[in-house]
Design a protein around this ligand. Structure first.
Ligand SMILES: NC(=O)c1ccc[n+]([C@@H]2O[C@H](COP(=O)([O-])OP(=O)(O)OC[C@H]3O[C@@H](n4cnc5c(N)ncnc54)[C@H](OP(=O)(O)O)[C@@H]3O)[C@@H](O)[C@H]2O)c1
Length: 353
C-alpha cells in the first residue's frame, strides 16, 4: 500500500514509518520539519502543516491508507495551539481521506482522552469520556478521536489507538524531562510514586499501528473502534521513573512530596510562567501532578483479541536498548540535551543518523 504517515519526523511517527517500510509499503511522511529517517527506508517527504487543508489533501491524494500520528503533544502550551493542530489538523485529515476515497485511517489517540483526574485502574474501552479534561492536550485529543470515529463508516474505515506513555530510544518527551529535573535536583515523587502505570515501548506501539492498518477496511471488525495499547504490565510510577533514570545512568529518585504541595506550586508557577512569558514549561504543572498521582493502566485484551497486539519487547530489553541509545546520543552530543531535536529522534536513536 501507499501509506501517508503524518508526524513522520516525530518519535512514534518515525517508528511507524520504519515499520511500514520494513513491511514493504510505499511510505510517505508529512511534517513541518524534515524527518531524518534512513535513506534506505525511502520515506518520501511532504513538508506541510496539518492545519493547511489543501496541503494535507495534496499529500493524501493517491494513498491507500493514512496513519495520523501528528499532534501537538505535551501537558503545557497554548490551548489554541493544541486545538488547531489536534482538532483542525485531524478534521483536515479525515476530510482529505473522504475527498480522495482513501478507505483506511489509523489515528494515534491517547488514553488521556478518558482522563478526568481520577484513577484509571484496569479500565477498558467502555470507559466514557469525562465531562472535563485536565489539560488542553487531552481535551483536543478527545475531540479529534471522536471526529475520526464518527467518520462515514461506509467510506472510511477508522481505528483510534491509545498508546500509553510511549518510551524507548529517541523519546523526546518523558525521558529528557525527568533527566533534566533529576540533574537539577528537582525530581520528586508526588505521593511517593505508588500509583500503578502502564507504558508501551515505541516499536510495540508502532507495531500496533501497522497491525491495525493491515486489518482495516470499511466495515471490518476493528473499524470505528478505539483501543488501549500498552505493555499490559503495570508498574509503580516510582519503578517506572527509576528504571528510566537508571537507563540514563542516573541514581534513583527516592524523595517523596505531598501531592497537595506540588499542586499548589503548579498553581503559582503556571500563571507566573504565562505572565512573564518564560520559555519552556514550568518545572511543575497541575496537569503533571494529576497525571503522576493517579493510576493509568488498562485492560488491553481488546487490542490483543482484535489486532493481535502482543508486546514483542520486554521491559528489560527496552531499557537495555534505551540505555545504549542514550549513551550513544550523549557521546555524540558531548553533553548537549538529549532528544530535543524531534525531527531526528528516531533516526538518531536507532543509530542510523
Ligand atoms: N509519546 C507518548 O507518550 C504518547 C502517548 C500517547 C499518545 N501519543 C500520541 O502519539 C502521537 C505522536 O506523538 P510523539 O510522542 O511521537 O510526539 P512528537 O515526537 O512530538 O511528534 C509529533 C509529530 O507531529 C508533527 N506535528 C506537530 N505539529 C504539526 C503540524 N502543525 N503540522 C504537521 N505536523 C505536525 C511533528 O512534526 P513537525 O514538528 O516537524 O511538524 C512530529 O512529527 C501524537 O498523536 C500523540 O498524541 C504519544
Amino acid at each position: 500500500m501507499r501509506v501517508l504517515v503524518t508526524g513522520a519526523s516525530g518519535f512514534l511517527g518515525g517508528a511507524v514509518c520504519a515499520r511500514l517500510a520494513a513491511a514493504g509499503h510505499e511510505v510517505h511522511g508529512l511534517s513541518r520539519t524534515p524527518h531524518a529517517l534512513p535513506d534506505a527506508l525511502a520515506v518520501r517527504q511532504h513538508l506541510a502543516d496539518v492545519r493547511d487543508a489543501d496541503a494535507v489533501a495534496a499529500a493524501v491524494s493517491g494513498c491507500d491508507a493514512v496513519v495520523h500520528c501528528a499532534a501537538r503533544a505535551g501537558l503545557w502550551g497554548p490551548p489554541d495551539e493544541f486545538r488547531s493542530v489536534n482538532v483542525t489538523g485531524t478534521r483536515n485529515v479525515v476530510a482529505a481521506c473522504l475527498r480522495h476515497g482513501v478507505p483506511r485511517l489509523v489515528h494515534t489517540s491517547t488514553p488521556s482522552v478518558v482522563f478526568g483526574g481520577g484513577d484509571l485502574a484496569g479500565i477498558d474501552e467502555s470507559h466514557p469520556y469525562p465531562r472535563r479534561h485536565t489539560t488542553p492536550y487531552a481535551r483536543s485529543k478527545a475531540v479529534a478521536e471522536r471526529l475520526v470515529l464518527a467518520a462515514d463508516p461506509a467510506r472510511l474505515g477508522t481505528v483510534a489507538l491509545r498508546p500509553h506513555l510511549v518510551w524507548g530510544p529517541g523519546d523526546p518527551h518523558f525521558l529528557p524531562r525527568i533527566v533534566r529535573r533529576a540533574r537539577g535536583g528537582l525530581l520528586r515523587l508526588p505521593g511517593g510514586g505508588r500509583k500503578l502505570t502502564d507504558t508501551v515501548y515505541v516499536d510495540d506501539a508502532a507495531d500496533a499501528h501497522v497491525r491495525a492498518l493491515a486489518l482495516l477496511a470499511p466495515g471490518a471488525p476493528p473499524a470505528g473502534r478505539a483501543y488501549f495499547v500498552s505493555q499490559g504490565e503495570p508498574r509503580t510510577v516510582r519503578d517506572c521513573l527509576n528504571s528510566l533514570l537508571a537507563a540514563a545512568g542516573l541514581p534513583p529518585v527516592e524523595r517523596s512530596v505531598p501531592p497537595v504541595l506540588v499542586r499548589a506550586a503548579g498553581a503559582v508557577l503556571e500563571p507566573a510562567h504565562r505572565v512573564l512569558r518564560l520559555p519552556g514549561e514550568p518545572v511543575v504543572t497541575r496537569g503533571l501532578v494529576d497525571y503522576l498521582c493517579t493510576a493509568h493502566w488498562f485492560d488491553v485484551s481488546a487490542a490483543r483479541r482484535d489486532l493481535g497486539h502482543v508486546p514483542g519487547v520486554s521491559t528489560e530489553e527496552g531499557l537495555r536498548r534505551t540505555a545504549e541509545a542514550y549513551a550513544r546520543a550523549r557521546g555524540r552530543a558531548r553533553g548537549a540535551a538529549y532528544g530535543t531535536g524531534r525531527g531526528t529522534a528516531y533516526g538518531r536513536a536507532t543509530g542510523t543518523r
